[in-house]
Design a protein around this ligand. Structure first.
Ligand SMILES: Nc1ncnc2c1ncn2[C@@H]1O[C@H](COP(=O)(O)OP(=O)(O)O)[C@@H](O)[C@H]1O
Ligand SMILES: [Mg+2]
Length: 485
């Protein structure tokens, strides 16, 4: 390798001198003696001083610059003569009202005896570099500010799993004081072994598939397990190479706790509703039976006694005969009334003949009370477990009440069927059609109650309405009890 002296010799031999080198470098170059007279100036420097090299050589710098600037130059040049050391400065100047950053290197030039006889200056406009650096610094500050004030954990790892960037919330979660404490570490340095293994596997998957992955995972923070929802993504460079993975983690422990609590209290409510429902049904059965048996019995006896009395009355006692006749009618009416109340409470036909007959009875009742036709389709051999027959009957009752009250229909049909272990019940009317808004509306307890009943038995309920084409209620339940809740 050539040293400077050899390069100088080479240049001298080719007759070009060191100076010819200075003509082609993009810096301003000059040399001055102790009196600050210009010994040499290259083309660019001469331009900046406002002349030609030939005109400037021999003049003092003081003649060329404003006093304040000339003083500054002088101080720097004299410092180099005095100390014999290179002086590097970076200053801001106003050039044509535009701020520029100037990097100046003043180099002592010695004679053969080692005495500093001149100062060679190299001056370069570094505004662009400064500008670029300022932009980078600004961007970094912005990113840092964003990351550290972001309320969730953020990290960026290289393909080997080493942390390149992490934010303060992430550092907090790992128990480190500052994000910088994590740079260069891997998951294994930070988390319990089992967790780290899982994270690394996720990163590998994300890099392989190049797809974002969303997971709800556990994190151990200060020894406590937290639930975190994490989005893990591959990071690609401009040419599409995977250069790492990034992650965003949100602590959802509290959210999960609330969800869990909600689920549990909903389950309890359901169980309670089911219990109330079954107690109510039992009560209905009991009252219906008591009314039917006790009251019915007494009324029948009264009727027989009245018939006996009727025969005993003198044929001339018209008033007594009329009263007894009225009483006989009253007793007959009362018996009918008792039957009606009792079967409205709980039709004995449901217990005696089963759901098919009970639904048929309901349909005839609707036709008798309204102008709607009510078709029923039930398989001959329909045999349902008792704990399905009652809810299905109650749902039919409620649905038919809704049709009579809301649908403005002329016809309604009920279809019961069993297939592959399920029973299905479809009630369809040709009325105005329920709207989505009505389906969603709070406070409609009828539909809600049906849904609850059905879901309690592991089934599904679907309500559909078409304006002008009616409403369909479709229910499907497993025959074998696989109750939820
Ligand atoms: N067959 C139907 N046709 C049209 N609208 C209906 C039908 N069934 C229910 N609706 C509408 O849905 C609403 C909710 O029904 P429901 O929950 O049973 O409450 P309720 O009968 O006490 O009003 C009803 O108020 C009615 O507006
Ligand atoms: Mg209703």
């Amino acid at each position: 390798m050539l040293d400077i002296a050899q390069i100088g010799k080479l240049l001298a031999e080719t007759g070009r001198g060191l100076a010819s080198l200075f003509e082609i470098i993009p810096d301003m170059v000059f040399a001055m003696d102790r009196e600050e007279r210009i010994l040499y100036v290259n083309e660019i420097a001469a331009q900046a001083m406002g002349g030609k090299p030939a005109d400037l050589v021999g003049r003092k710098q003081r003649e060329l610059f404003l006093p304040a600037l000339a003083d500054r130059h002088s101080a720097a040049i004299q410092q180099v003569f005095r100390t014999g050391e290179i002086l590097v400065t970076e200053n801001q100047h106003d050039l044509h009202r535009k701020p520029v950053w100037i990097d100046t290197r003043l180099v002592p030039f010695r004679d053969a005896g080692g005495r500093v006889v001149a100062v060679v200056g190299f001056v370069r406009d570094v505004s662009e570099r400064r500008q670029a650096q300022a932009t980078i610094e600004l961007r970094e500050a912005f990113l840092r500010g964003m990351l550290d004030n972001f309320p969730h954990m953020v990290w960026f790892k290289d393909p080997q799993g080493k942390f390149l960037v992490v934010n303060q919330p992430f550092a907090d979660a790992t128990g480190k004081a500052r994000p910088s404490d994590l740079i260069g570490l891997t998951d294994f340095d930070v988390w319990p072994h089992e967790l780290a293994k899982g994270y690394v596997a996720d990163d590998e998957e994300v890099m392989r598939t190049r797809q974002q992955k969303q997971v709800e995972e556990q994190l151990s923070v200060h020894g406590k397990i937290r639930w975190v929802e994490t989005f893990k993504s591959p990071v690609l460079d401009a040419s599409g190479n995977v250069i790492g993975t990034t992650g965003l983690g949100r602590d959802i422990t509290e959210r999960r706790r609330l969800q869990e609590e909600q689920r549990r209290s909903r389950e309890q409510l359901r169980a309670l509703a089911a219990h109330v429902e079954s107690v109510r049904e039992q009560e209905r059965v009991r009252i219906a039976r008591e009314i039917h048996d006790e009251l019915g019995q007494s009324l029948t006896c009264m009727g027989m006694d009245l018939a006996f009395l009727d025969k005993q009355i003198d044929s001339g006692n018209h008033e007594a005969a009329a009263r007894v006749a009225a009483l006989v009618e009253l007793v007959k009416d009362t018996i009918r009334c008792v039957r009606r109340i009792s079967s409205e409470l709980r039709p004995s036909i449901l217990d005696d003949l089963g759901l098919g007959a009970a639904v048929e009875w309901l349909a005839r009742d609707v036709e008798a009370r309204t102008r709607m036709t009510c078709g029923v389709e039930v398989p001959e051999d329909l045999a349902l477990p008792f704990d399905l027959a009652t809810p299905l009957f109650r749902i039919c009752q409620e649905a038919l009440t809704n049709v009579t009250r809301h649908a403005q229909a002329t016809a309604v049909s009920i279809r019961l069927a069993t297939e592959d272990g399920h029973v299905s019940l479809v009630i369809k009317d040709n009325g105005r059609g329920i709207t989505d808004e009505e389906i969603r509306r709070h406070g409609s307890l009828g539909l809600l109650g049906m849904k609850e009943r059905v879901e309690l038995l592991g089934g599904t309920l679907e309500v559909k309405g078409q304006p002008g084409e009616g409403t369909t209620l479709a229910i499907r339940m497993p025959l074998e009890a696989n109750k939820s809740g």
